[in-house]
Design a binder for this molecule. Structure first.
Ligand SMILES: NC(=O)c1ccc[n+]([C@@H]2O[C@H](COP(=O)([O-])OP(=O)(O)OC[C@H]3O[C@@H](n4cnc5c(N)ncnc54)[C@H](OP(=O)(O)O)[C@@H]3O)[C@@H](O)[C@H]2O)c1
Length: 430
């Protein structure tokens, strides 16, 4: 029998406990596939007494994640604590400095510190892998770093936060508004401790930044991303979009052009019959579009114990097999610093306003768009519905720049004809 791969696991929550349980439950199969056993030497979490759903026999308990990270009997440190600062960061840095390979599911950590960590891993001649960090059980990191390594990637896009997609599809199917479904999602345990990470688009943004780095060979740049959450979306928006053949999705989209890197994570109208448009509930989808390959769709469970733990196991088995792949698919020193492009490609916009229902109001609104150089493709006023003094107006523009739409909305606000926040959403004809 070949020597076992000896690992330490820090964090024994949903993912960490799942990893140890599956390593025990499927030990024979994993040993055959990895070519040697994967042995959990030691584990760490906050509460030593908590039942974890696996056997602690032959497993050492360690009270401190950073000391586990440099444990002399482990070759791989598995970080499943979470968070972009604090103990997870300290422990991963310590593991790399101590010459241990690292496997993590922590997108927040890598989206912020990924480049520095990839450089450190290279200097220390260790591997840093993160398949589970992006879209849970969907093998998208492997698809990009391995299968599509020979293709020039044109764009990467998808729906990568299951909680947001659950909220949006539930709003659509029940007719309830955002806050009601948000409360239901929280009761079901779908939301992070800080819900802003989910509904604010941050979690999906972390994942997209990691994929963009592999796809385009740039240093991971989460801070250069345009991020907007789904908090402003109402059932009325979903209904109006639906009437036009669209659904509203929290879409992550990254493209590289001569001007630089466009990365955005925001609610968008997408055609109902497009890949992001057909995704229901908490499912994720990622579309990788290569110059030669065309579109590759990867769809599945973006979170949950089984899928996410399986992704961690895939990275561990790779290390046990002796496979060494650079963190972002190429040497960290060869990753370039991309210029962030704020004003990406022109698109049409959906704009919903509530205007004072008085003579001339609509003309003033239309003029505000015209003066900013934005052409209106469709304009429709819906009758007085709520308070007898105002009416909903739906405007769909022709393709225009972000700058122009911003100017037109500023002018609309200054017209004094609107009485509610204006909702404007990009229409991405993906
Ligand atoms: N859950 C998913 O479906 C999923 C999907 C993709 C990626 N991820 C990522 O996987 C990672 C883990 O997520 P999770 O859902 O498993 O989290 P979780 O259930 O909240 O578990 C976190 C674990 O970390 C431990 N922990 C917290 N602070 C610690 C500290 N200071 N020192 C030592 N241990 C500490 C906790 O210990 P106690 O148990 O003792 O409190 C717990 O075992 C995160 O980076 C997350 O973003 C999760």
């Amino acid at each position: 029998m070949n020597e076992p791969l000896r690992i330490g696991v820090a964090g024994l929550g949903t993912v960490g406990a799942g990893v140890v349980r599956l390593l025990q439950q499927n030990a024979d199969m994993i040993t055959k596939r990895a070519g040697r056993p994967i042995h959990v030497v030691a584990v760490n979490a906050r509460d030593k007494e908590k039942a974890r759903g696996f056997s602690f026999e032959d497993i050492e308990w360690n009270d401190d994640a950073a000391s586990l990270a440099s444990h002399r009997d482990i070759e791989v440190f598995v970080e499943l604590i979470g968070g972009d600062e604090g103990v997870a960061k300290v422990a991963v840095e310590k593991a790399i400095q101590s010459g241990k390979h690292v496997v993590t599911a922590n997108k927040a950590l890598l989206a912020i510190h990924g480049h520095a960590m990839a450089e450190a891993a290279e200097t220390a001649a260790v591997t840093l892998r993160f398949e589970a960090a992006v879209a849970g059980g969907i093998p998208v990191v492997k698809a990009l770093t391995e299968s599509l390594a020979g293709d020039r990637i044109k764009q990467v896009y998808g729906v990568m936060n299951g909680t947001c997609n659950y909220i949006l599809t539930k709003m659509e199917s029940t007719g309830k508004d955002y806050q009601d479904i948000f409360d239901e999602a929280r009761d079901l345990g779908y939301l992070e401790a800080d819900p802003k990470l989910d509904v604010g688009g941050i979690d999906a943004g972390h994942k997209l930044a990691l994929l963009a780095s592999i796809a385009f060979g740039n240093r991971v740049d989460f801070r250069g991303m345009d991020i907007e959450g789904i908090e402003q979306i109402t059932f009325e928006d979903i209904q109006l979009a639906g009437d036009m053949g669209y659904r509203i999705k929290l879409l992550g989209i990254a493209r590289m052009s001569e001007r630089g890197l466009e990365q955005r994570t925001q609610p968008c109208l997408v055609p109902k019959d497009s890949p992001p448009g057909w995704i229901e509930n908490a499912t994720n989808i990622v579309v990788l579009e290569g110059e030669e390959t065309g579109q590759v769709f990867l769809q599945g469970a973006g979170a949950g114990q089984g899928p996410t733990s399986t992704a961690v196991l895939g990275d561990l088995i790779d290390i046990a097999r002796g496979r060494r792949i650079s963190t972002f698919g190429q040497a960290a020193s060869s990753l370039t610093k991309a210029t962030p492009v704020q004003d990406g490609r022109d698109v049409a916009y959906y704009v919903r306003l509530r205007i004072l229902d008085e003579p001339g109001a609509l003309a003033k609104i239309a003029a505000a768009f015209g003066d900013a150089g934005v052409s209106i493709h469709r304009l429709r006023q819906y009758g007085r519905r709520i308070d007898d003094v105002s009416a909903t107006v739906l405007i769909v523009t022709y393709q225009t720049s972000r700058q122009k739409i911003k100017h037109s909305l500023t002018a609309v606000r200054q017209s004094g004809m609107t009485i509610k926040p204006i909702v404007s959403i990009r229409i991405e004809d993906v």
